[in-house]
Design a protein around this ligand. Structure first.
Ligand code: SAM
Length: 463
């Protein structure tokens, strides 16, 4: 097999990226946008010693699980990976991927629950972040075409309740449309990455409660004619705050810290399972409110039932989960490495009257968790550890501390099944896996969030 070859092949399984996988002369070939059971004509794009990549030229025999994508630009945009797959099948593929990672890491089959979600298959994202470009004299919003920086404009809206990008709900689109009307009326030009010239870079909006935090990112110090934009946004009839983000750097980073409030409240307030969270456009928040709440509630409920009175929430971000869990325990410790996030967590803790129940620690979990866990082992009858690390998973020192201190209950929330499985293998001698539940945080994409509930295997003699 060599680059440029045209082959007719059969897809026999799915890969971790939501793509189809075939074997040709014993070699694995990854083929995006197709699925098991399909016969496809492909062009080979890349061949390495271990695998090859190919792209579909023609579907020769389609699977009965192939559907028309709702989004008219799905095949060009490259942001979703699985819209062409019937939703039930998407869930099966994601579940099988979690099972496969666990099998590989643990060397045995592990029971995985069916994928659960909140039922929203589209319009679930609470944040829109889109590049802007000028096409035929008009400012348009769109997406970068897969692996390029060419903006693909959104197509017309296909459903009343959704945005032109079907991952967003209608209100977000109304905000975007108001902004585009302003941009054209104000005669603004768009940023050209290669020339590092032009003004408008990105439009960012986040839905917080029933209001929108709108951010215009521009290559300059000031947003021209801001009153016109405020008037357009006001005409939508929806509540909003408006900010200008000055990004004059030659960078792929979308937003900088150079954020100016132009209208409305500096931070909008979200109610997350009874916790009031003031959200700035720069705060980290999960993208899917409904599914986030399902995961947080499940963990909170289990902790309440376990009777453990103390919780360590490791990798705690802006402290939302830490404060939610404060409702299930007497004392909760959050550990987070980003100082700004810890400052937000401190404020959140104060605003929610949890000063006596929540301690937010700023530092690396690898350094902070081992001594804290050791102290809690000595001080309290039982405590729980919640892990919600970034994609790379937990530091070995965190897992070692859990093994040696051996809290009875550990909950692991993960956005990466491969590192989750690796970490579970490291805990395998000491912990039983009680349940593995994939949560559909990102329908139509390859991504999956997983909650694993673990229980210590052997009762330890506590001091
Ligand atoms: C997946 S987020 C979880 C956030 C939070 N639990 C939530 O639900 O909003 C992972 C967090 O871990 C933080 N982080 C990354 N590496 C860390 C480390 N070594 N020690 C502590 N926190 C870390 C990141 O800054 C990020 O806020």
């Amino acid at each position: 097999m060599k680059k440029g070859d045209i082959l007719d092949i059969e897809i026999t399984s799915s890969g971790m990226e939501g793509e189809g996988v075939a074997r040709v002369d014993g070699q694995v070939v990854f083929v995006p946008l197709c699925m098991p059971g399909e016969k496809v004509r492909v062009m080979v794009r890349e061949v390495s010693k271990k695998f090859a990549r190919a792209s579909v030229i023609k579907v020769l025999e389609a699977s009965e699980d192939r559907v028309y994508p709702l989004c008219p630009i799905f095949y060009r945009c490259g942001c979703c990976d699985m819209q062409h797959i019937r939703y039930e099948k998407q869930k099966q593929i994601k579940k099988a991927n979690v099972e496969a990672c666990l099998y590989k890491a643990l060397g045995r089959k592990t029971e995985v629950n069916d994928v659960v979600g909140d039922g929203r298959l589209f319009g679930y994202r609470n944040k829109i972040q889109v590049p802007l470009a000028k096409v035929a004299g008009k400012v348009v919003a769109g997406y970068y075409k897969g692996n390029t920086h060419k903006v693909v404009p959104f197509a017309e809206r296909v459903r009343e309740d959704l945005g032109a990008c079907v991952m967003y709900e209608r209100g977000m689109q109304d905000m975007l449309d108001a902004f585009l009307r302003y941009a054209d009326a104000a005669g603004l030009d768009c940023y050209d990455e290669e020339k590092h010239a032009g003004f408008l870079r990105h439009f960012v909006a986040r839905k917080v409660g029933d209001k929108y935090a709108v951010v215009v990112v521009g290559n300059g110090k000031k947003l021209p004619l801001e009153k016109k934009l405020i008037a357009e946004l006001t005409n939508t009839g929806m509540g909003f705050s408006l900010y200008f983000d000055s990004n004059t750097k030659k960078t792929n980073v979308i937003m900088t810290e150079d954020l100016t409030l132009l209208y409305g409240e500096a931070r909008l307030t979200a109610d997350i399972l009874g916790i009031k969270a003031k959200v700035s456009p720069l705060s980290f928040m999960q993208i899917n409110d409904g599914v986030r709440d399902m995961i947080y509630s499940e963990v909170a409920e289990r902790i309440k039932k376990s009777g453990d009175k103390v919780v360590i929430d490791a990798y705690s971000g802006a402290g939302v989960l830490t404060n939610v869990l404060a409702g299930s325990a007497e004392k909760t410790y959050g550990i987070e490495i980003v100082p700004e996030a810890v400052a937000d967590a401190d404020e959140l803790t104060r605003d929610n009257g949890n000063d006596k129940k929540v301690v937010n620690i700023c530092g690396d979990c690898a350094n902070e968790l081992p001594p804290l866990a050791e102290r809690l082992r000595k001080e309290c009858a039982g405590f729980t550890v919640v892990l919600d690390p970034p994609r790379k998973g937990c530091d070995e020192r965190v897992l070692q501390a859990i093994k040696s201190v051996a809290p009875r209950n550990v909950y692991y929330i993960s956005c990466n099944p491969a590192t989750l499985a690796r970490d579970l293998a490291r805990l395998d001698d000491d912990y039983d896996i009680l349940s593995v539940t994939p949560y559909e945080m990102f329908p139509q994409t390859k991504h999956i969030e997983t909650l694993v509930c673990l229980e210590r295997k052997h009762m330890m003699i506590s001091n």
